[in-house]
Design a protein around this ligand. Structure first.
Ligand code: ZN
Length: 236
């Protein structure tokens, strides 16, 4: 909104200068200007000047307070326009109070030249200041767009990472299940090993020849057992 206002004020300032230039060039070349045209152009200039000086001053004050970019330049423009407004309006008010025309208030030639030069330069300074503020606003807008783009990239990256995380969690659950199954299998394997070890040690032992159920660690132990074997005693 404020960006468009800056552009509008710059265009209005250009209209002030353009209509003045039309009259100045036509008069320089001694081209007769129709009275209605002259009145129309001068009225356009007067209205545009009023809009540009009051609106431009307010806008430049706002822009210099809000924008860090080009602030010294905007403050300078604002100060110049303020001085110009004082130079342009004060003689008019003095004339109005005394019931005099502007030409009667500005008695010296130097004052008339000064007043005219300020009237020409004020819209130019405002146009320049508004274009500087417009450039600053455009730069800010570009920065905002760039930041938004970066933010969008970060959001996309975050979504991608999150979906990866979800996938990794799923894999982790599967791996945990597999680890549980492996633990069970390991337990079964150790049981089988124990069983096999006990079966193997049993196979190495020597069973009592009489079948009383005794197992000796060696043939000697089995032979020694014969002295007390209940099955042998029962058979005798
Ligand atoms: Zn025995």
């Amino acid at each position: 909104m404020m960006r468009h206002l800056a552009f509008g004020l710059a265009v209005a300032a250009m209209a002030v200068t353009a209509s003045r230039l039309v009259i100045a060039y036509l008069e320089a070349d001694r081209v007769p200007i129709d009275r209605d045209w002259r009145v129309g152009l001068l009225t356009l200039t007067a209205v545009a000047t009023g809009v540009v000086v009051t609106g431009g001053l307010a806008y430049l004050a706002h822009a210099s307070a809000r924008r860090r970019r080009y602030r010294p330049l905007l403050v300078l423009c604002c100060g110049l326009v303020l001085v110009a407004a004082a130079v342009l309006l004060t003689p008019l008010l003095v004339g109005a109070l005394a019931g005099q025309h502007l030409s009667e208030v500005l008695v010296s030639s130097a004052w008339r030249w000064t007043w005219s030069a300020v009237a020409v330069l004020a819209p130019e300074v405002i146009a320049a200041g508004c274009m500087v503020a417009y450039a600053g606003a455009e730069h800010d807008l570009e920065q905002i767009e760039e930041l938004e783009q970066q933010l969008e990239q970060v959001a996309t990256e975050r979504n991608r990472r999150e979906s990866e995380l979800v996938q990794l969690r799923g894999e982790l659950v599967q791996l945990t299940e597999r680890a549980g199954e492996l633990d069970e299998l390991e337990q079964q394997l150790s049981e089988l090993r124990e069983h096999r070890a006990s079966t193997a040690s049993r196979a190495e032992q020597v069973e009592c020849r009489n079948g009383c159920g005794f197992f000796g660690a060696s043939s000697k132990a089995e032979a020694g057992h014969q002295r007390a074997c209940p099955a042998r005693e029962a058979a005798e």
